[in-house]
Design a binder for this molecule. Structure first.
Ligand code: PMP
Ligand code: GLU
Length: 418
């Protein structure tokens, strides 16, 4: 009898749904805005609506043939068993070689862990280093998943603001001002998603001198857009000897090799951190898909400067960026920024706030994205999703034909605002 009574109480608490079972951590988590917008686009497309998706950062190119061949070979060679948790030794060796060849950095393969894409790499890092309440400094605008990944690991994001008028760059002083006794780590991406900004050697050097004074802080350097950089060269903050032990490099094959769906990323850290990441990964996923690892091995064996497929992709991105910058600057109310890498433009749109189309008032950047989705059938992501309201993010990782069409549609929809 007792049992039935408690069941009734339990049912009352639950209501008619299973909401009761959802943890506070999960309930408080934001959905990924980029993935949500892409899902919305897929739904509209399935209804026959011709939506142009500029909301997701995903190269439209196919995986280069030499990489596909390596994957086919791996299947024929029976790569089908549980892989080593931190990645195949030959792949970790190849990553160490790549770091020497492309970045002039010396690491031992034991410092490298291969994970299921750079997002998984970052999740592993935060689970490895954060205790409850530890603070992680995150410059704004940030990639949408940084704050939720900190929160999943019980950490606290602390934001460092930047300004459209200062090229969205933060300075060494900005970083220093936000450091507290609880600061455990700092994470940033260069080239940056969403601003496309690239930090120079000199700028990183100034940051490094701040971190040199704070041996209690780890620096997480997200270099996933390393190969899509239109400045002279890519620099890693790991180049600075005095802080190298505390830098964790995040990289992967999703962007530079157009391998988003293959899910291969890697971290480069101290041996102790790498070992702990391996322990967490061993409990959560085992190792990473065998076949994708063999494909990644082949991909990283080429020098990007000698690989025509990679050179062509980068040149296409450059042409598209130049086209978009010119076309967007001709639309009243849209002020493009000046991206130097990745494949995003992050224009300021505050002149459009308060404008109306029929009964629909554009009160913020989210409204503008909704308006453009519904009235121009172009999907974008709001600046608010990246912590910077008043901007929108356009990904130009799609064909010129689609970009030309998208710009025409945006122009027309904006001209209808009053
Ligand atoms: N970091 C940044 C800055 C990104 O834009 C992305 C894009 N997804 C990732 C990490 C994660 O990449 P991956 O697809 O390898 O998980
Ligand atoms: N990084 C990409 C983006 O910003 C992919 C989507 C995601 O994983 O969030 O659009």
């Amino acid at each position: 009898m007792m049992e039935i009574k408690s069941f009734t109480n339990f049912e009352k608490k639950m209501g008619t749904t299973t909401d009761y079972f959802i943890s506070q951590r999960a309930a408080e988590l934001n959905e990924s805005a980029t993935l949500a917008m892409s899902q919305k686009t897929r739904e509209l497309k399935s209804k026959g609506i011709d939506v142009i998706n500029l909301s997701i950062g995903e190269p439209d190119f196919f995986v280069p043939n030499f990489i596909k061949e390596a994957a086919k070979q791996a299947i024929d060679d029976n790569y089908s068993f549980y892989p080593p948790v931190p990645g195949y030794p030959e792949l970790r060796q190849m990553i160490a070689l790549k770091l020497r060849r492309d970045n002039h950095l010396d690491y031992d393969p034991s410092q490298i862990v291969v994970s299921n894409g750079a997002k998984h790499v970052i999740a592993n890092i935060f689970l490895t280093i954060l205790n409850k309440g530890d603070e992680v400094l995150i410059p704004i605008p940030y990639w949408v998943s940084y704050p939720p990944l900190v929160q999943i690991a019980d950490g606290k994001p602390v934001y460092i603001k930047s300004d459209f008028n200062k090229d969205f760059k933060i300075t060494a002083e900005d970083i220093e001002r936000h450091i507290t006794p609880k600061t455990k780590a700092f994470i940033f991406s260069s080239p940056n998603n969403p601003s496309g900004k690239v930090y120079s050697y000199e700028e990183l050097k100034e940051w490094a001198s701040v971190f040199a004074k704070h041996p209690e802080i780890l620096i997480i350097s997200d270099e996933i857009y390393e190969l899509i950089n239109f400045t002279k060269e890519h620099h890693s903050i790991a180049e600075f000897e005095e802080i190298r032990d505390r830098v964790i490099i995040v990289n992967g094959l999703s962007k530079g090799f157009a391998m988003t769906g293959w899910r291969v990323g890697y971290s480069v850290s101290s041996k102790t951190i790498a070992k702990t990441i391996e322990k967490i990964q061993g409990q959560m996923t085992g190792g990473i898909n065998d076949i994708a690892q063999m494909a990644a091995l082949k991909a990283l064996s080429v020098d990007p400067e000698d690989c025509h497929e990679l050179i062509e992709m980068k040149e296409s991105f450059r042409k598209r960026r130049n086209f978009m910058l010119k076309a967007l600057s001709e639309i009243p109310g849209i002020k493009p920024n000046n991206p130097e890498g990745a494949f995003y433009i992050f224009p300021e749109i505050s002149d459009l706030i308060g404008k109306k189309f029929e009964d629909f008032v554009i009160n913020n950047d989210d409204d503008l994205c909704m308006y453009l989705l519904n009235n121009a059938n172009v999907a974008l992501t709001s600046g608010s999703s990246f912590g910077y309201p008043g901007c929108i993010r356009l990904s130009y990782a799609t064909s010129m034909l689609q970009l030309e069409k998208a710009v025409e549609r945006i122009k027309k929809a904006i001209s209808q605002l009053q």
